[in-house]
Design a protein around this ligand. Structure first.
Ligand SMILES: Nc1ncnc2c1ncn2[C@@H]1O[C@H](COP(=O)(O)OP(=O)(O)O)[C@@H](O)[C@H]1O
Ligand SMILES: O=P(O)(O)OC[C@H](O)CO
Length: 499
């Protein structure tokens, strides 16, 4: 009997596996962090073999923790850090270079060239994206231009490209399936989100051979079976979606106007816009949302590059906290940030500013500022970043967001959630299950394999854990926001004059 759906959640900092039951409850979970590689300032890489080994390792661990067997698993849903780029040899399965991570800034100058020639407009109208080093397109170009022999091998049809979902599917099927889903394809900057095809004009401009690209399939669809020996039996890979689109689905945001915000390494606000691909006038992206059939749905997205990563920076680099959770205690020790603002533009700024050359900035330091003020200012900065993207979304969609569904690791922080509600003057709703990314992927797989009947059944699983409502006076809110806007301005363009 089928008891579980297995979600493989390959995030920026860790690989996770969760087994969910029919009611969307977590039955088993295993997680492993892996190495972040920073070869140069602004560059970020992962080892693709470590992505694979940690992901398959946590899958085995989650299964054995509860003594489950392969036969009890109805299907696998894959969800992943998006845009991160892997190129490998299709005969040996060996990557030709490390995975270039979505946060990596190494192709900023390539993007500037595209902008200078006006090609950014072509890209935006076809892909829905605001050209940036964030997306996969220029990362592939960089690998082909900088790895010895890669260009010729790619032209000879020997190299394959994939985002992390594709890399995992390839390994799970031992090279049988080279595919991705609509949501991940829509983050490559190579995919026309209106015609649902790889775009020949953009491929030609970036000099990327079409033969490297995976087939594109719906998010809820049987991609193939795991190869013999991977698990105790062959399990269908039946759901695939980029992590932010999976979270939107996992939160049950199926109708136009419904939105969620995920507080993970970065922060990603997504609003379902149904069959309409709205082009933002305020610095947001148009992207493909996950759906339960082969009919494509769209979403508006505000992508903030650094959120929980700033808490990790406090923990690992500054070493002012020992655990991420300790940031909440520090913030509550002080009444306010004592005039300090932190802009965590470690990887430039994404939505709504899109400044590739912005860098991290701290302003307002006086002699009385202590570590708790700095920690508090970092947490507050996450809420301000979200404020900026919410305001952009409200303008684009001509509506007011009165309730915000949240998820992701950092939404466990009560101080942050309260400050978020204060700054937005909006009710923040935290569900019982904050692992909605994994949950969304499992829903997609469970719908494709008949484990769940329909979206109605899924929606009934959503349960509220806690709401946060605003306690702040309007005057204070406006003063704080004005200070943030000033701080953001100071972060602009720093990398361009510090080269
Ligand atoms: N209690 C907390 N307070 C603030 N940040 C937290 C807390 N717990 C986890 N985080 C942050 O959340 C992030 C992990 O969330 P997760 O959703 O697992 O991210 P990802 O999928 O991007 O790896 C980390 O960056 C961590 O610093
Ligand atoms: O790893 P996460 O959860 O922060 O998500 C990363 C995003 O998919 C990047 O676009």
């Amino acid at each position: 009997m089928k008891k579980y759906v297995m979600a493989l959640d390959q995030g920026t900092t860790s690989s996770r596996c969760i087994l969910f039951d029919k009611r969307g409850r977590i039955c088993s979970m295993a997680q492993k962090e892996f190495a972040q590689i920073y070869p140069k300032s602004g560059w970020v890489e992962h080892n693709p073999m470590e992505i694979w080994s940690t992901q398959i390792g946590v899958a085995a661990e989650a299964i054995s923790k509860i003594g489950a067997c392969g036969e009890e698993i109805a299907g696998i849903g894959i969800t992943n850090q998006r845009e991160t780029t892997v190129v490998w040899n299709k005969h040996t399965g060996q990557p030709v270079y490390n995975a270039i991570v979505w946060q990596c800034r190494r192709t900023s100058d390539m993007i500037m060239e595209l902008k200078d020639s006006g090609f950014d407009k072509v890209i935006q109208s076809k892909t829905g994206l605001i050209p940036d080093a964030y997306f996969s397109g220029t990362k592939i170009k960089w690998i082909l231009e900088h790895v010895e022999g890669a260009k010729a091998e790619a032209e000879a049809g020997n190299l394959l490209f994939g985002t992390v979902d594709t890399w995992l599917i390839w390994n799970l099927t031992r090279g049988k399936v080279h595919a991705t889903d609509y949501t991940n394809a829509s983050r490559t900057m190579l995919y026309n989100i209106h015609t649902l095809e790889w775009d020949e004009e953009i491929l030609a401009r970036l000099d990327i051979p079409r033969s490297m690209l995976p087939e594109v399939k719906p998010s809820s669809y049987v991609y193939g079976l795991t190869a013999p020996g991977i698990f105790s039996n062959e399990i269908p890979i039946a759901g695939v979606a980029g992590d932010q689109q999976a979270a939107l689905f996992g939160q049950g945001c199926f109708e136009p106007g419904e939105c969620k915000n995920t507080y993970g390494t970065g922060c990603f606000l997504l609003m379902n816009t149904g069959e309409e691909a709205i082009q933002s006038q305020h610095g947001l992206l148009t992207t493909i949302a996950a759906s339960d059939n082969d009919k494509v749905q769209y979403a508006l997205e505000g992508s903030v590059f650094v959120a929980g990563a700033a808490i990790q920076w406090l923990r690992d680099e500054l070493q002012v906290i020992k655990t991420a959770a300790e940031s909440e205690e520090c913030a509550m020790e002080v009444k306010n940030s004592n005039g300090v603002y932190v802009v965590p533009a470690f990887s430039g700024l994404g939505a709504p500013y899109w400044d590739q050359y912005a860098r991290g900035t701290i302003i307002g330091i006086t002699r009385g500022v202590n570590k708790n003020h700095i920690v508090r200012a970092v947490l507050e900065s996450i809420a301000y970043e979200v404020y900026d993207v919410i305001k952009a979304m409200e303008q684009d969609a001509s509506l007011t967001i009165k309730h915000l569904k949240v998820d992701g690791g950092a939404c466990a922080n009560n101080f942050l959630m309260q400050f978020q509600a204060d700054i937005l003057d909006t009710t923040v709703m935290r569900p019982d299950c904050i692992e909605t990314t994994a949950l969304g992927a499992s829903y997609l797989a469970g719908l494709a394999t008949g484990f769940w009947k329909d979206k109605k059944e899924i929606k009934e699983n959503w349960a509220l854990s806690r709401t946060f409502t605003s306690n702040m006076e309007e005057k204070e809110r406006q003063e704080l926001i004005a200070g943030w806007k000033e701080a953001v301005k100071r972060s602009f363009g720093q990398a361009s004059y510090m080269k």
